[in-house]
Design a protein around this ligand. Structure first.
Ligand code: ARG
Length: 460
């Protein structure tokens, strides 16, 4: 087993099981790129303030870049007895460049190092997740523009309520994701602060320049308090909370896609390449991608609870507990990125069965509210109008006719205020066109909203 960088005060080697139990290198090696960048900035700053010579800095930076190459070519030998990514890279640096490698850790601790690494890593991941989110939103807005005139039933209680356009429904999903994007960007501000220089917990005696390292690493600025800097994982919790909400939205979206691809609904088709078959039932085409996304929501919600529980009751400052932040955070990132990617790829290929949607909208007396509003406009009090329309619907159920399929005489049985012009509002088109205000389902509004949505996305 390797010589421990902290071995000086120990009189026996670490128990082999404990070595494996306490190691994080199996999962934190994915931080290598940001760990090296953090070390480069730290070393450059040490050289500027005179703690390292320029010659030493050059050796360190060349050594670190060579190690980055080794890792990327798969040639790096990760060692569990060196515990984590930080000590593996540092030990290798010393192996490569000799005693100068041992100077890199001057004025630094793994505690501020790991906090810096996670923030750098998460910042990049937030940016790529935000890009996938935007791509998905673009797909939704473009599909909404194409489907602005496609009429379907809108539901409450999963019962037919009023006609809406498919485009309008798609833009509801887009609205949810728009808020998600804002949440990610807001979280990013608090991710983007540099804890480097907090050292173990109290700061360091060297004349470090925290502004410089913050700037070199693209952070907004250094964090405020050294104790808080090494123990704060709020940013990871915030990100996971934002991720859990995105997953919750994707899960609701998935639920509808699963329902709508069923033989009973048959509102939409998903492309074959996003579905799978059954090993026994030859007719099956299962919406696996939406189902899996719906299912993966559970693990992200779980990670949020894990992180909250991890931080609960931790005394200041750093505790080894914090090593447990990584797996939930990494799995949240991976899960969210993959789910968004699959949706961003799939959404543009969704096709609508407009005739089936239309027929479904015809079936559930979806224009009953329009008839009530019509009567109100003719001077009938709303409660009386509600009663009149209720009776018309009862008649429709019995005679198997939608309101728009009844003759004027049939409708007049329930109120003689009803005239020929009633048919303008009883049709599905009349119904959706009448909801012609910002946020309404009228095709003209949906087209305008989709265009506004695309403009917002283009300006991001
Ligand atoms: N592997 C550790 C982590 O993930 C790095 C920091 C360890 N610091 C310490 N003093 N044990 O948090």
């Amino acid at each position: 087993s390797d010589i421990k960088p902290w071995g000086g005060r120990f009189s026996e080697p670490t128990d082999q099981f404990v070595e494996r139990f306490t190691a994080s290198v199996g999962f934190d090696q994915r931080l290598y790129h940001h760990d090296i960048n953090g070390s480069l900035a730290h070393a450059q700053m040490l050289a500027k303030v005179g703690v390292l010579t320029d010659e030493e800095y050059t050796q360190i930076s060349e050594g670190l870049e060579a190690i980055r190459g080794e890792i990327e070519r798969g040639e790096f030998n990760w060692s569990v007895s060196l515990e984590d990514v930080h000590m593996n890279i540092e030990a290798r640096l010393t192996e490569r460049i000799g005693i100068t490698g041992k100077k890199l850790h001057t004025g630094r601790s793994r505690n501020d190092q790991v906090a810096t690494d996670i923030r750098l890593y998460l910042r990049d991941e937030i940016d790529s997740i935000a890009a996938e989110l935007t791509r998905l939103q673009q797909g939704l807005c473009e599909l909404a523009a194409r489907e602005a005139d496609t009429i379907m039933p809108g539901f409450t209680h999963l019962q037919t309520a009023q006609p809406v356009t498919f485009g309008h429904h798609l833009l509801a999903w887009n609205a949810m994701l728009g808020r998600d994007y804002e949440r990610l960007m807001d979280c990013r501000k608090r991710v983007n602060r540099s804890p480097l220089g907090a050292a173990a917990l109290a700061g360091t005696t060297y004349p470090i320049d925290r502004e410089m390292t913050a700037q070199l690493l693209g952070f907004e600025g250094p964090t405020e308090n050294s104790l808080d800097s090494v123990s704060d994982r709020d940013f990871a919790i915030e990100f996971t909370a934002a991720a859990a909400l995105i997953m919750t939205h994707l899960s609701r979206f998935s639920e509808e896609l699963v329902l709508w691809t069923s033989a009973q609904f048959n509102f939409i088709n998903l492309p074959d390449r996003f579905c799978t078959g059954s090993s026994i039932m030859p007719q099956k085409k299962n919406p696996d991608v939406p189902e899996l996304v719906r299912g993966k929501t559970g693990r992200v919600n779980g990670h949020l609870i894990s992180l909250l529980t991890l931080m609960k009751s931790q005394p200041l400052a750093y505790n080894k507990d914090n090593q447990e932040d990584k797996e939930p955070l990494f799995d949240t990132i991976d899960t969210l990125r993959d789910c968004l990617k699959s949706y961003a790829d799939m959404v543009p290929a969704i096709t609508a069965n407009a005739d089936v949607m239309r027929e479904a909208a015809m079936r559930g007396f979806s224009t009953a509210t329009d008839l009530a509003d019509y009567l109100v406009r003719k001077g009938v009090p709303f409660r009386d109008a509600h009663e009149i329309v209720g009776k018309s619907v009862a008649y429709g159920i019995e005679s198997k006719k939608d309101l728009s399929e009844m003759t004027l005489d049939e409708l007049k049985q329930f109120s003689d205020t009803i005239e020929q012009d009633v048919f303008d509002v009883l049709t599905l088109e009349g119904s959706v066109n009448a909801r012609d205000h910002v946020g309404g389902t009228a095709p003209a509004q949906v087209k305008a909203a989709a265009a506004r949505g695309l403009k917002v996305l283009a300006e991001r």
